[in-house]
Design a protein around this ligand. Structure first.
Ligand code: HPA
Length: 278
């Protein structure tokens, strides 16, 4: 079975579960953000276990379900939970769900995540639109023979996070009175958190936030020519900042859960504004 066959088998399973439904906007929910799914009306849930080739996310806050429905009047497909490279999933498995959303019909995808902030003034509880990313991991989901049916071998990443969609995010945030930061996301593959020395180095390199996801999916989506927007929910100041408190996954989850409603309001307003571009 080729990778294209695997993706198309997933597409067929989803279409069989929701006949005639064609999503235009995809959304990937990061750790702790599952409550966002409540914003979707007329929901149809499909367990990842019922979609062939979908990896089972191991992080316990991840629901492991695809939710189809409507958000801000737009037909959406929301991935409630993602597989991370640090769980040992091959890169093809990590990006298969977003590739599947594109083959289902999505021509734009919003990637969300929990992240640590490298800027004191953008503290826990803030949302940050991702303007660009830094991938120093040495990993890339496009490594290996090019999947010509999906896209070209060498892809431009100059506007990896679509400026038009970012403008819609800013307009949506303003409309609901939400203070949206903007910055560069640095992919640290984890699963250990960073050291304070690494955080100082990443800040020198131009990073504003750090997290363990999003970048592989962004690259795979740009390969397919799909517009990407990214939102980081800032759950903590990065290692060595603030009072120097130890980083704790449970705290990341709790802070993220508290921000899920802000993110849901932002996504709903964004979908309404972006509808004409989809
Ligand atoms: N580092 C990496 N990933 C994260 C962090 C962090 O500080 N917070 C939430 N996810």
């Amino acid at each position: 079975m080729t990778e294209i066959d695997r993706i198309d088998a997933a597409v067929a399973a989803i279409q069989a579960a929701a006949p005639g439904f064609r999503p235009l906007l995809g959304i990937v929910l990061g750790s702790g953000l599952d409550a966002c799914a409540e914003a979707i009306t007329d929901p149809v849930d499909i367990s990842y276990a019922d979609i062939p080739g979908f990896p089972k996310p191991a992080v316990d806050s991840h629901a492991g379900r695809l939710r189809l429905g409507s958000l801000g009047g737009v037909p959406v497909a929301m991935l409630r939970g993602r597989a991370h490279a640090y769980e040992g999933h091959p890169m093809a498995d990590v990006v298969r769900p977003v590739r599947t959303l594109v083959r289902l019909g999505c021509n734009a995808v919003v990637l969300t995540n929990a992240a640590g902030s490298l800027r004191e003034e953008v503290g826990p509880g803030r949302l940050m639109a991702i303007a660009d990313h830094i991938n120093w991991s040495g990993q890339n989901p496009l490594t290996g023979p090019n999947l010509d049916a999906l896209g070209a071998r060498f892809i431009d990443m100059t506007t990896a996070y679509d400026p038009g969609l970012r403008g819609h995010l800013a307009a949506a945030a303003e409309g609901i009175g939400l203070d949206l930061a903007e910055g560069v996301y640095f992919w640290y593959p984890g699963p250990s958190f960073e050291t304070p020395a690494e955080i100082r180095a990443f800040r020198t390199l131009g990073a504003d936030a750090v997290g363990m996801s999003t970048v592989p999916e962004c690259i795979a989506l740009r390969h397919m020519g799909v517009k990407v927007a990214g939102i980081s929910t800032i759950t903590n100041l990065a290692a060595g900042m603030g009072a120097g408190a130890a980083l704790d996954h449970a705290d990341v989850m709790t802070t993220g859960a508290g921000m899920a409603m802000d993110l849901a309001r932002l996504l709903t307003a964004f979908a309404g504004i972006a509808a004409d571009d989809l």
